[in-house]
Ligand binder design. Structure first.
Ligand code: HEC
Ligand code: HEC
Length: 314
């Protein structure tokens, strides 16, 4: 799906929503002295150099464990074809965890493996690694999570554990997750984000953000709409999206956007409609209060004249 929005009105309504967003906490918590004279942040450092390197492909062992590791890698890179029952959109795990889950600064699997079980504020529970994988199926892949202990999860666990071979257990490894950008000096701006998008992103992801296909294959993934991640996904936090984008996008030119451009384009991407949050309570306001009570979530805000989260695309 894609909504047509009159550009001028879109800009104004979005500006109001994002001012509200900034007023809440983003701007309030900016520490003095971190902004430059014109209010922009200096470009952040490149993704942390990591001390840990996952083993090369050639080190995958022979035998049953090796087969399981390879299956996990195939599922991670070709999720929709290798695990079709559990995927509800056009994404693959490796679209957001780049280089098959190896790349530091793109939420690499090796850094995650050594960090679980862990308490997660999202679930208010200590979750196992398998449960964490289920979360990305549920939200990022807009799908049905494979059961714990099922072949798909076991293969993904084998692949993740193998990538972490030799890493210290329980350590917070450099390169984990996406980089945290300094809080923006000015509220992220949807209209400025639209301009960044046209200049730096539309070429691959399409002017309508729906990505591109060639020969029945998704070559550039959709950023919003009914084939993208749903409103429960981590990427709907503009802090996560800005960190991911700053480090990794435009693909091959990670680190080239300013922090401000990354925040603005993150607000633009996450200021569009996408599949409903699976935790939807029946009311957008109540769902925002319960699961999106964060200045980084745009769910339940009115952007470009549209209340995000309602109505949900099919
Ligand atoms: C739309 C982007 C997206 C897709 C697709 C996606 N993920 Fe994620 N994933 C995220 C985000 C965002 C996080 C949270 C990162 C953070 O907290 O810094 C995350 C976190 C994780 C983590 C925990 C990382 C850590 O260090 O704690 C694992 C493991 C993971 N994903 C596995 C998967 C698997 C397996 C798939 C495919 C079934 C998948 N992801 C698909 C965006 C995505
Ligand atoms: C040169 C082509 C190219 C450009 C330009 C580009 N991307 Fe991407 N983007 C990709 C590809 C390819 C992937 C998936 C990466 C993979 O699977 O290895 C991706 C993945 C993503 C994802 C995670 C997956 C999803 O669908 O949500 C986001 C978010 C994203 N890009 C945002 C952006 C933004 C914002 C810009 C502009 C600042 C941008 N990209 C520019 C090619 C590009």
């Amino acid at each position: 799906m894609s909504r047509r929005e009159p550009p001028r009105r879109a800009g104004m309504a979005a500006a109001a929503a994002l001012r509200a967003l900034a007023g809440a906490a983003i701007v309030a918590s900016v520490s003095a002295g971190s902004a430059t004279a014109n209010g922009a942040f200096a470009a952040g450092p490149p993704p942390a150099a990591t001390a840990f390197r996952p083993p090369p492909e050639t080190a995958i062992p022979a035998g049953p464990l090796g087969r399981e590791i390879r299956l996990g890698e195939t599922i991670f890179r070709h999720t929709g074809t290798a695990a079709p029952h559990f995927v509800g959109n056009d994404l693959r795990c490796s679209n957001c965890h780049l280089d098959g889950g190896r790349l530091a600064g793109a939420a690499p699997l090796w850094a995650a493996w050594v960090a679980f079980p862990a308490y997660r504020s999202k679930t208010h529970q200590v979750n196992t690694f398998g449960e964490r994988l289920q979360g990305c199926f549920h939200y990022s892949m807009n799908g049905t999570p494979p059961p714990l202990g099922s072949p798909v999860l076991v293969a993904l666990e084998a692949y993740s554990a193998w990538l972490a071979h030799g890493a210290p257990t329980g350590a917070r490894l450099a390169g984990r997750g996406y980089p945290h950008l300094p809080k923006p000096a000015a509220a992220p701006d949807y209209a400025r984000g639209a301009a960044v998008f046209r200049q730096h992103c539309a070429f691959c992801h399409g002017a309508d953000g729906q990505g591109r296909r060639a020969g029945g294959q998704v070559v550039f993934p959709p950023l919003w709409g009914d084939r993208s991640y749903n409103w429960g996904a981590g990427m709907t936090s503009i802090a996560n999206a800005a960190g991911f984008i700053k480090a990794n996008m435009p693909l091959g030119l990670g680190g080239s956007l300013t922090d401000r451009q990354a925040w603005d384009v993150a607000a633009f991407v996450d200021g569009h409609e996408r599949p409903q949050d699976p935790r939807f309570t029946g009311s957008v306001a109540q769902t925002r209060a319960k699961f999106h009570a964060s200045p980084y979530s745009m769910y339940g805000l009115t952007v470009a004249g549209h209340l995000l989260g309602a109505p949900a695309p099919k």
